[in-house]
Ligand binder design. Structure first.
Ligand SMILES: CSC[C@H]1O[C@@H](n2cnc3c(O)ncnc32)[C@H](O)[C@@H]1O
Ligand SMILES: [Zn+2]
Length: 433
């Protein structure tokens, strides 16, 4: 994922103080460096860790709770009520641990968490060793722990002020839910705070046709144009979904330099439609990939997002070259890093970048033979093939064994929370079965 997209056979990487200091053939690396620790890589590909640009991590505890619904019905009638009832510190602690376990297992090394209880989320991220943008989310009506926008937003800004620059792996950010749930005045507050504290800002944008119609009716503008009218669009902003932009909005997003995070699984499951990714890439928009939360996916599996991205746009455009394999792999790594404003730190195997790397095993039958490694990573590999995960030079998983989290304890705690949710939401579950 360097500029030339080079593939080095029998390569090696030297890491010092969490950074990549050399990339070359193994012979050259071994003759130039003496390592305290060597991680073997025979039969594996070493690649940059995956960048999940949009998730609501702790929602893993709502996985499978409400399927086969359209976004507004899903949110208003199932997810918001469940969040009001169950999301507290313990829910986020256990949910975040479960999400981090799933993401490390599948080779994600950086993720964006747009959710609640950012201090709890940050503690889990700090302990498990991943890299994250933690974006506590504000919305105009009551959300877990808050009455409405004012107190939620004040707490989010307080989190940003307290945590900025404290931990190089945790980047605080501002998040406003969406143009249909946040007033124009509050959207302006959000971008002003992001500017004042020099942090990223994320938002759900143009996700459904209903949103476009609603925003048009209320503000006499389509969603992206509405944000432009508020002076909201600039390179620190990255928007999730953007399924329904018109041509002039695509040009506008490119001109303003905002990032877009494509979430194909969620867009298909909530029947939102297909985002015009080929047109956005052609316009020069920085496009990354995300999973969205596990209540609308239902897994935090970037390989699934990669595969879907490579396939669906061929189908919608009737063009097999619409989004080629190397472009999709770029979107899942360095392209995502660019969209999040992190390309100076992560996304590629390049000297000077942080050592956020994964090893993918190539010995399973679905990966034999190998003519083209990029083809395999996009069209054939899956999360179970990830063998080793390294972030900032620290090994978080090796030989598929989690080194920084306790899966057995997480499984027990997650199951016990889910049992309580199930008992409250479906008291007569056994009778239904
Ligand atoms: C205030 S941001 C967190 C908020 O967003 C909800 N959410 C999860 N997925 C989506 C989506 O695809 N579109 C809009 N909102 C979504 C989540 O449940 C939280 O309440
Ligand atoms: Zn989302």
């Amino acid at each position: 994922m360097n500029d030339a997209q080079s593939v080095i056979k029998n390569g090696a990487v030297a890491i010092k103080n969490g950074k990549i200091i050399a990339v070359d053939k193994i012979g050259k690396i071994q003759s130039s460096y003496k390592a305290n620790r060597m991680i073997p890589g025979e039969g594996m590909v070493l690649m940059p860790g995956l960048v999940n640009g949009h998730s609501h991590s702790a929602m893993v505890l709502f996985r499978g709770l409400a399927d086969d619904l359209a976004l507004q019905d899903w949110l208003q009638n199932y997810i918001f009520p469940a969040e009001a009832k169950f999301v507290d510190d313990n829910f986020v602690r256990v949910g975040e641990q479960l999400a981090c376990w799933e993401m490390i297992r599948g080779g994600t090394t950086t993720f964006v968490d747009m959710y609640f209880k950012p201090d709890v989320a940050s503690q889990v991220v700090n302990e498990c060793g991943l890299r994250a943008i933690i974006a506590p989310s504000s919305i105009d009506f009551p959300s877990p722990g808050f009455q409405g926008w004012d107190d939620a937003f004040a707490a989010a800004v307080d989190f940003v002020k307290r945590s900025k620059g404290k931990n190089p792996r945790i980047i605080p950010a501002i998040a406003a839910h969406a143009p249909y749930t946040v007033s124009p005045e509050n959207l302006k507050q959000a971008i002003e705070a992001a500017r004042q504290y020099d942090v990223p800002l994320t938002i759900h944008l143009a996700e459904t046709k209903t949103e476009v119609e609603d925003v048009q009716k209320r503000y006499n503008a389509t969603p992206v144009q509405h944000l432009e009218n508020l002076g909201f669009l600039e390179p620190r902003v990255f928007a999730a979904h953007v399924v329904w932009p018109n041509e002039s909005e695509i040009a506008l997003m490119a001109k303003r330099g905002i990032g877009v995070i494509h979430n194909p699984d969620s867009n298909l499951k909530l029947a939102s439609a297909f985002a015009p990714i080929p047109a956005m890439l052609k316009a020069g928009i920085k496009v990354g990939l995300g999973t969205d939360g596990a209540a609308s996916n239902n897994v935090l599996d970037m390989w699934k997002a990669i595969r879907l991205t490579a396939l669906i746009h061929k189908g919608t455009t009737l063009d097999p070259t619409a989004v080629p394999a190397n472009t999709v792999l770029r979107m899942a790594t360095v392209g995502g890093a660019e969209a999040l404003g992190l390309a100076d730190k992560i996304g590629a195997i390049k000297v000077g970048l942080q050592a956020d790397l994964i090893q993918v095993e190539l010995n399973e039958p679905h990966l034999i033979p190998i003519y083209n490694i990029i083809s395999h990573l996009v069209y054939a590999a899956n999360a179970q093939d990830v063998d080793t995960v390294i972030v900032d030079g620290k090994v978080l998983m090796q030989k598929r064994k989690m080194l920084t989290l306790d899966p057995e304890r997480i499984r027990l705690e997650a199951t016990s929370i889910a049992d309580r949710i199930d008992a409250e939401l479906r008291p007569n579950k056994d009778a239904q079965l």
